[in-house]
Ligand binder design. Sequence first.
Ligand SMILES: C[S@@+](CC[C@H](N)C(=O)[O-])C[C@H]1O[C@@H](n2cnc3c(N)ncnc32)[C@H](O)[C@@H]1O
Length: 397
Amino acid sequence: MNLLTERTQVSPSSTVKENKKHGFIFACTEKSEAKMLSEMVVATNKSYANKLFSVKEGDYIFLYNLDTDTLYGTFTPASEPVFDNNIDLFDGKYPYYMRVKPIGKIHKLSNASNLFKKLGFSWRDILTEYGALLLKSFIEGVSFVKVKSERIVDDTYIPPIFSTTLWDFSYQSYGVTKKGNNKYPGVTPAFIIYNLVWRYTEPGDLVCDPMAGSGTTVDVCMEEKRRVVAFDIVPTRKDIIQADARALPLKDSSVDMIFIDSPYGDNIRYNDHPLNIGHIPATSEKFYDELEKVMQECYRVLKDDKVLAWLIGDQWAKGLFVPVGLKIYERLTKYFQPVDIVCVVRRNQASNTPFWHSKAIQHNFYLRGFKYLIIVKKSKEYKNAKDVRIKWGFYER
Ligand SMILES: C[S@@+](CC[C@H](N)C(=O)[O-])C[C@H]1O[C@@H](n2cnc3c(N)ncnc32)[C@H](O)[C@@H]1O
């Protein structure tokens, strides 16, 4: 039977007014299904925690048993998403959970993967309101027309959580609310902070941004239910505190993660404040000396074993290449233990024009294609890089 055509047509425009709600499918197993249905709860481990925390009041929720290929629905949230590391439910395996309630009768659909395939999405995807209503109608056996122009999946509602060290996402912001101000010079792409927040913190943790600019970190953290404290030498909004990143008004070992997108030299004019480090050129050692003071301050306020992530780009100007990222890495690892380096693809930059592309080839230079996201950890055991004796091995080729 062709599920998509053998139904009488009902116009979706009568049901879909605004494409604001979303649909979420959460997985369970043979083992966890009964508990989820009897306790009216959907729960997950860290892999899908970010998806659970993006569910809002009024959204549509489905439960998918991966072992039996059965879909249950339709539910809607009955609580906010919760993180509880000490929870007994499911032997503590799924500490991120949400209470749900059924919308009417609970329906059940076998061979659900066939339907997912026919509709062209995966249970991991987030559905548009239209997609959710379509799925709801199938599970209830109610007629609903599939309209070609309507999107079923909303792939920009939340960014992906990247599993490799190459991060590429085309938009500065995502979701319904604005993150930061894309008119601010040097605004940080919000997906970077989103990925860090879900990798290295839990809901309720305290995140710090010592150079907060237009407040992208604040907006991401608020939405992901993290506490946040943000500073800038010239605050652009009320929830950013005026402070020099070299002297933060914070207690020692008090924050759970720091994100910093510092100036990359004097290429951008942020403001005229005399203490703005963005007035110092990246060709001068003073630039790194001042940023090293920021690193020392980050080290002081960060809790042990917690992460600092530093976004930085190299510079090519007037025929001179400066490996700013490598120089920052060198300074950072004087204090912190390296965790990893992520290559963040640069998009939407001013030089991304046919004019600059042809100049780069004609005059044999490169436009900046990536930024470094240097991830380091405050570790008591980490030896000062100077103390580490490296034995160099020479091998015959
Ligand atoms: C790349 S921008 C940050 C962008 C920000 N993450 C956003 O999304 O809008 C760098 C910021 O560092 C700030 N800054 C420069 N020197 C500073 C200092 N000494 N203390 C605190 N902030 C400083 C600048 O004012 C600027 O807002």
